[in-house]
Design a binder for this molecule. Structure first.
Ligand code: C2E
Ligand code: MG
Ligand code: MG
Length: 754
């Protein structure tokens, strides 16, 4: 049977019409009509049982018991109706059929069992106390009403048989129990977006209870007549219970997950307050202000609601406090966070009389420690640092944790001597090594300082200025602290200006690639060329890549600019080959940011295809900083190798590489940094340079020395076994046309290229 959303409506209307027709137009053979209506009720019971039994067979094992109990309940209900029909038809009597009542009572027991089972499966995510409270209120309301209107009057009317009273009482109890579970189920269903078919069960059972109440009412007053509104309600109730199975979507891993907050908070108020409202109205209507079941229930509920309100207020306050805590406190260190800094410092800026200083302190290499030893060690380190810094309290310094590795210190004094003392104290407290687990770590700190009201007037300025001073401090060496001042200010302005101009540098043809030759030290022949970027700024003239590459990196422009360099250099290198020069190895510098771009290899591949440059003539120069993400870097290097592209570690010896890391990198060339070559000038021999060259050669790498300026340096390097050199001694970086001229004067034998 296909499921259609209009079934409930169509079937309910159809049955309703039938009841209405039989009740109004079958006057002549009323008895048959009544039997017919009871048969319909019976058939609906069978149909529901069939749907539920089918769900039982199809459902996930964990829900089988629920369906079993439910099908037993509906089948018992149908059995009760069947007995009723038989008695009605054969005995033509409306006497009290105890057997039917027994079957119906049995069906209630199974409804109970089914509901209990279903509730056990769903986790009661809402607070147990709230749930119990709401259910209690509802139950008190229901008991007061049923006692006052049904049981109490029944007791007083003598003609009711003891059986009648007993069954009515039993049904009342069962109904109350069912109501209890139905409410609970309704709560849970709020959190189960997936399966709304349980709403049918809730509706069905609620209708059943409604039918029972009306039945008891009629029984007491005028006497119940079969085939009427009550029977109609019971039939629809059964039908809806059956729909539960018909519309159920079986979910293997069904879980009722309550949202953290959400609609629950609003809905939880509906039940208690509607209960109070109903009871209050009924109580007024009874005009009895003496204590009876209704007024007693009302008073109890009233008190409960007041107590509950008090608890809610308390709970809200605690929640607010917790919220505040998480919003302003750094969980790891217990220090205030950036938001706390903003909130607490804002008022200090109002008083221009007072002077303040701010120190942005950065602990270096936290990321590397995290990567190398795990986050736990990194976190412990931060905790240890913060607890050492907390001693600054005595110097009236407030400390905030600003980011993963940054602390902001606020000092209510801006004199240089006070700041100097704080700085000394910081360095002293961080001086001793940190013993964490099995590691002993030494940390390096830098600081950026600004003052109020001299330099900064707002919180935003404090953040910008300390950050700028900090970035300067990092360039000054370990443990240095830099003050933000007017010189730094103009640097910032120039930097911002450059950034905005750099955006248009490509489109306005301000960029150019210069080439510097690489020489075979023995023969003096040119064997390679390094592409070096140049920027001609309309106002500032030629700007060094040392100045603008970091800006391009910070602003994200490096990807676009870097791609342009590789494309231009590859194209021009191919041009040289097309002119007739023998191929030279082209080296292009690549920033670590560019290298880690997920599309990097794809981009290189595309450029090779576009320019038709044979990839064996392309080498990418990367700095040692890539070892910070060693796994990712190795995989990119391997991808480049599979494209037949060479890679080189530039400025070797200045960065992070350790010897064992070098071994892991699938690279081709080692470029010794100029600072090592410089040592050869002062002191003609350098064991360090020799060691690096030996290391490279042992790892089967090509070793290139850069920054060679003198003949002595060249011969020393040669004697150490270094074969390739680059430097002003041979050629400065020159533009493409000049490089063509250079090549024309230096023919390159094929076997010389490396
Ligand atoms: P680098 O890759 O180490 O390039 C070598 C630098 O040393 C170049 O500076 C070069 O002109 C300079 N140089 C070469 N021989 C000598 C010498 O004998 N004496 C002296 N004093 N200097 C010498 P340049 O062109 O200013 O480039 C500086 C750095 O900028 C490069 O260092 C490289 O790291 C970066 N760079 C240049 N072009 C690019 C590029 O297209 N992309 C990226 N990401 N970085 C680039
Ligand atoms: Mg280079
Ligand atoms: Mg270099």
């Amino acid at each position: 049977m296909p499921k259609n959303k209009s079934y409930p409506f169509l079937l309910t209307t159809g049955i309703g019409l039938l009841f209405w027709y039989c009740n109004n137009f079958f006057e002549a053979s009323r008895w048959n009509a009544l039997v017919l209506l009871n048969i319909i009720q019976f058939l609906v019971g069978l149909l529901s049982t069939f749907w539920i039994a089918r769900a039982y067979y199809r459902s996930h094992p964990s829900l089988k018991q629920f369906w079993l109990f439910l099908s037993l309940a509906t089948s018992m209900s149908a059995t009760g109706t069947f007995i009723w029909i038989v008695l009605l038809y054969f005995e033509q009597t409306m006497s009290f059929p105890t057997t039917s009542y027994l079957a119906w009572t049995g069906s209630y027991l199974f409804y109970f069992a089914a509901l209990l089972n279903r509730l056990k499966k769903s986790s009661l995510g809402v607070s147990n106390a709230t749930y119990l409270f709401n259910t209690m209120i509802y139950m008190i309301t229901a008991s007061s009403i049923s006692y006052y209107y049904l049981l109490y009057p029944l007791y007083r009317i003598e003609q009711h048989s003891i059986w009648n009273i007993a069954f009515t009482f039993l049904f009342q109890l069962a109904d109350l129990g069912i109501l209890f579970f139905v409410i609970t189920l309704f709560y849970l269903i709020q959190f189960n977006k997936k399966n709304h078919s349980l709403l049918f069960l809730i509706t069905g059972l609620s209708l059943q209870v409604l039918g029972d109440v009306l039945f008891a009412q009629m029984n007491m007053e005028s006497g119940y007549k079969t085939g009427g509104i009550v029977d109609f309600i019971w039939t629809i109730a059964l039908l809806f219970i059956g729909f539960t199975a018909l519309f159920y979507k079986d979910e293997q891993n069904e879980r009722d997950v309550p949202p953290a907050t959400g609609p629950y908070l609003k809905k939880e108020f509906i039940f208690p307050y509607t209960s109070i409202l109903i009871l209050s109205i009924l109580m007024m209507q009874s005009y009895e202000w003496n204590l009876n079941a209704l007024s007693a229930g009302w008073i109890i509920i009233f008190l409960l609601v007041i107590v509950r309100q008090a608890f809610t207020v308390l709970k809200n306050n605690t929640l607010l406090l917790e919220l505040k805590k998480t919003a302003y406190i750094d969980v790891l260190t217990g220090l205030g966070n950036r938001s706390a800094f903003k909130q607490e410092t804002a008022s200090l800026f109002n008083n221009k009389e007072r002077s303040l200083s701010f120190i942005l302190l950065q602990i270096d290499r936290i990321k590397i420690f995290n990567d190398a030893f795990g986050h736990q060690v990194g976190e412990q380190l931060i905790q240890e640092v913060s607890s050492r810094l907390k001693h600054l309290d005595t110097m009236k310094v407030t400390i905030y944790r600003f980011s993963e590795d940054e602390f902001l210190l606020v000092l209510k004094n801006s004199s240089k001597s006070a700041i100097g003392k704080v700085k000394e104290h910081i360095l002293m407290s961080l001086e001793d090594s940190f013993k964490l687990k099995d590691f002993e770590l030494n940390i390096i700190a830098h600081g950026g300082i600004t003052t109020f009201p001299d330099q900064s007037q707002t919180i935003e300025e404090v953040q910008l200025q300390t950050a700028e001073a900090l970035s300067q401090a990092k360039q000054h060496g370990n443990h240095s602290f830099v003050f933000y001042d007017s010189e730094l200010k103009s640097n910032v302005v120039r930097k911002l200006e450059m950034e905005s101009h750099l955006r248009h540098a490509i489109s306005q043809n301000q960029l150019a690639v210069y080439y510097q030759s690489k020489i075979d030290l023995k023969s003096g022949r040119i064997v390679g060329m390094e592409a070096l970027l140049r920027w001609y700024h309309p106002k500032h003239g030629w700007i060094s890549p040392i100045e603008f590459i970091p800006i391009a990196e910070e602003s994200g422009l490096i990807n676009e600019i870097g791609e342009w360099v590789i494309r231009t250099a590859a194209y021009q290198s191919k041009q040289l080959q097309l002119i007739g020069f023998d191929p030279l190895l082209l080296s292009v510098n690549v920033s670590a940011l560019q290298f880690q771009n997920p599309y990097f290899c794809k981009m290189i591949h595309q450029i090779i295809q576009e320019t038709q440059l044979d990839p064996q003539w392309l080498e990418l120069e990367i700095t040692e900083s890539i070892v910070q993400n060693i796994q990712e870097s190795v995989s990119i290097l391997q991808q480049l190798r599979s494209l037949n592209i060479k890679t080189s570690i530039d400025d070797f010896g200045t960065g992070y590489s350790s010897l064992n890391v070098l071994e892991q990198l699938p690279i081709d060339t080692l470029k010794i940094d100029k600072s090592f070559i410089d040592r050869l000038t002062q002191n003609t021999s350098s064991p360090m340079v020799k060691t690096i060259i030996d290391l490279g050669l042992n790892l089967n790498l090509t070793v290139v020395a850069e920054g060679i300026e003198t003949i002595e340096q060249k011969s020393q390097l040669e004697s150490y076994g270094c074969m390739i050199g680059q430097g002003y001694l041979f050629s400065r970086p020159i533009d493409f046309d000049s490089f063509i001229h250079l090549l024309q004067n230096h023919p390159i034998p094929k076997e010389m290229s490396y």
